[in-house]
Unconditional design. Structure first.
Length: 267
């Protein structure tokens, strides 16, 4: 194996084990091998993240522009799940104040016609009842954004491409017990490109980022100040976690908040 291949292999493995820093730049994306959502053999998808953004795209995958898709995003500081099987859509929201620059753990299970999202130990399910009994996914998994050169007609939910790009850190991405392969990325920082992952100087969950090759700490919402978020503790703010379900009308239209548990619509 030549040196170039070794470098690429190391970058992929490092990005999986230590995580990826997303800059939030326009046109940003990271691409991973496909997660077989809807299949009993797929295993749960899990990861953890931290960000200071209230709205951003986390994950997206679909069937190439037909009916089925799955999207996880942040909306108003809450975690939002949207998915469709055979053009029947459903979704749910949970959490609050997730743009607090603290770590949050997410697990996603999608088997048959039911999807369950778990955020920091709090679970919420959504279900559809179409004629077809399973989700069909053909795309890779996009994280933090969708490449701009993918045609809107090739996306089942074109509005996903217009979601704000994720800014922050996402790590420990797993499909079951296995880490997926990173197939490519743009405007993201892999661990070997800086010292945030290897030697994070930011204390109290401060957000570490690289600026002109040097580490800087964002102490927003940590209750601390100073270069490394180590000075001047302020009163802690612990946002209450709440759950809201959403009624999803077809993806190309809009989302309306609703209180029903099973919420389906037809394109």
């Amino acid at each position: 194996m030549d040196s170039v291949c070794l470098v690429l292999l190391f970058a992929s493995l490092a990005g999986l084990s230590l995580g990826v820093e997303f800059t939030g730049s326009p046109g940003q994306w990271a691409r991973y091998s496909r997660w077989e959502a809807g299949s009993d053999r797929a295993g749960d998808l899990s990861f953890r993240f931290r960000t200071d953004l209230a709205a951003a795209l986390l994950l997206y995958l679909d069937d190439g522009g037909y009916c089925d898709f799955l999207q996880v995003s942040l909306a108003g500081g809450r975690l939002r799940l949207r998915f469709s099987v055979d053009c029947y859509e459903a979704g749910s929201e949970l959490g609050a104040g997730l743009n607090d620059s603290r770590w949050h753990a997410v697990t996603l299970s999608a088997r048959g016609l039911r999807a369950v999202v778990t955020l920091d130990g709090e679970a919420r399910a959504a279900e559809v009842r179409p004629r077809r009994q399973h989700m069909r996914i053909v795309s890779d998994l996009f994280v933090g954004g969708i490449p701009g050169d993918i045609r809107r007609t090739a996306l089942t939910c074109p509005s996903a491409q217009e979601e704000p790009p994720f800014r922050g850190r996402l790590e420990q991405l797993r499909y079951g017990a296995s880490a997926p392969a990173m197939l490519g990325s743009r405007h993201v920082l892999l661990p070997q490109e800086g010292s945030c992952a290897d030697d994070n100087p930011c204390e109290h969950d401060g957000s570490c980022s690289l600026v002109e090759g040097a580490t800087t700490c964002d102490c927003t919402n940590t209750g601390y100040t100073g270069r490394y978020c180590s000075e001047g503790k302020l009163p802690d703010a612990h946002p209450l976690v709440f759950v809201r379900l959403i009624k999803i009308i077809p993806c190309k239209l809009s989302i309306v908040l609703h209180s029903n548990l099973h919420l389906n619509s037809r394109k």
